[in-house]
Design a protein. Structure first.
Length: 226
């Protein structure tokens, strides 16, 4: 059943990406005052996918603290790693855009810097899990790290409205001051759906790997005990 769902998600992902990619390529080369604007069709959905993953991991982490069940911790860990990959893609694509639009790869803009801090916090989460071998202690500390990380995620999201500095203003219509021309905003949401499908696939595979690792570790401990 799991494999069937994953295959369906992969088909949806590929279908949307091909169909929506053709739509994006057909858009005018320049319709906004933002240089190389088409990269936002990957830059923004990557951020939304990452934030969706971080919030999902937060819920799982809180459930672990409430119940003590390690399956919630394993779920949170798998989702966080995948969300971190999308957050990294968001930052890198933003740097590529900045090189085209501003002539620089990086500037210590408040919004860019807050995203960098967010990434560093979640990379710290991953490093923490690798450093601690005792499952309960690892799960508890990881849960607290997830909570702290999501506080920063909320700050990054709101920083678009709070800081009108070098980084462009919001581009999506549901945010104050945002909005694109007719037909320009919808492809971004389709790409977000495609990325959510991909993230679900990756998270499922990662959690399956975690299950195998746990089983192998359990067998190894049993072998050493005899």
């Amino acid at each position: 059943m799991r494999q069937t769902i994953l295959f369906l998600l992969a088909a949806v992902f590929a279908g949307i990406l091909l169909w929506n990619g053709a739509t994006i390529l057909d858009l005018p080369q320049q319709v906004t005052n933002v240089g190389a604007y088409k990269i936002i069709y990957f830059h923004v959905p990557a951020a939304f996918t990452a934030f969706t993953g971080f919030v999902t991991a937060l819920v799982a982490s809180i459930l672990y603290l409430a119940t003590g069940k390690l399956r919630y911790d394993a779920f949170a860990a798998g989702v966080t790693e995948v969300a971190l990959a999308f957050a990294t893609a968001n930052l890198i694509s933003g740097m590529i855009w900045a090189r085209y639009a501003w002539g620089i790869w990086w500037t210590w803009d408040a919004r860019l810097t807050s995203m960098l801090v967010c990434l560093l916090m979640y990379y710290g989460y991953v490093m923490l899990r690798q450093a601690i071998t005792e499952p309960t202690q690892r799960a508890r500390l990881s849960a607290f790290m997830s909570i702290l990380g999501c506080i920063n995620v909320a700050f990054v999201y709101q920083s678009i409205a709070w800081y009108r500095t070098q980084h462009p203003s919001p581009v999506l219509g549901f945010r104050e001051g945002g909005g694109m021309g007719p037909g320009l905003e919808t492809p971004m949401y389709w790409n977000w759906l495609a990325m959510l499908c991909l993230a679900t696939i990756l998270a499922s595979v990662r959690m399956r790997q975690g299950e195998f690792a746990t089983e192998i570790d359990s067998l190894r401990r049993q072998a050493h005990s005899h």
